[in-house]
Write a protein of this length. Structure first.
Length: 211
């Protein structure tokens, strides 16, 4: 499968690139600075330098892909529309290029569906205040994805860590996983790649957390 990865130099995106290559996929890594990718050239790896406001460059990066992964991180601690703006460009480029499968990473913290009462009314209001700008941007990004007409999945992880990949994950469709509040980025990357080919999570949000 040919997979284009946005956010390929980020904490999660790097794992997505590595795991996709390890499992035999052809990867197009979209970056602003190739030096930050941190890996040597590989036979099935294309590195494309593109700014996310450059519609033509983004369309060239997704052309011919079987799937696109948006693993971009939040745009800082202040007010931001980084994720929303990028989603608009990626979605439009995919439509123009005739590419339909999109898996994008958001955040479980921005949602309360399926949470316990304590998490919903105590934990999430505090978290939502601290991360209000990032969550506002992510929720707006999700609206762009849901209205895109593409074959999408939104993956919702909890707090991310840099721990090793464990392979132990819990999943829940269209509601947050209860009782698990952390996940290694390496495990998130595995969940994202699994979602690419999983028919059961198409046009759905997928919450994932440590098992």
């Amino acid at each position: 499968m040919r997979i284009t990865v946005f956010g390929a130099t980020g904490g999660t995106g790097r794992h997505v690139v590595e795991q996709a290559l390890d499992t035999g996929h052809h990867v197009t890594a979209v970056v602003r600075d190739p030096a930050r990718l941190g890996r040597p050239a590989a036979e099935r790896l294309d590195v494309v330098v593109a700014q996310l406001d450059d519609r033509a460059a983004v369309e060239a990066a997704v052309a011919g892909a079987d799937a696109v992964v948006d693993a971009l991180g939040p745009g800082g601690s202040g007010p931001t529309t980084v994720r929303t703006d990028a989603a608009r460009v990626i979605v439009a480029a995919m439509r123009d290029a005739g590419v339909h499968r999109l898996v994008t990473v958001s955040a479980a913290g921005a949602h309360t569906t399926g949470d316990t009462a304590f998490v919903r009314f105590v934990v999430k209001p505090v978290l939502g205040y601290v991360l209000r700008h990032a969550f506002t941007d992510m929720r707006a990004m999700e609206q762009v994805v849901r209205a895109s007409g593409l074959d999408w999945t939104i993956v919702l992880p909890p707090q991310l860590t840099d721990g090793p990949r464990t392979g132990a994950m819990r999943r829940r469709v269209d509601a947050n996983v209860r009782g698990s509040y952390r996940l290694a980025r390496a495990d998130l990357a595995a969940a994202v790649l699994d979602a690419v080919g999983d028919e059961s999570v198409r046009h759905a949000s997928l919450s994932v957390a440590a098992g």
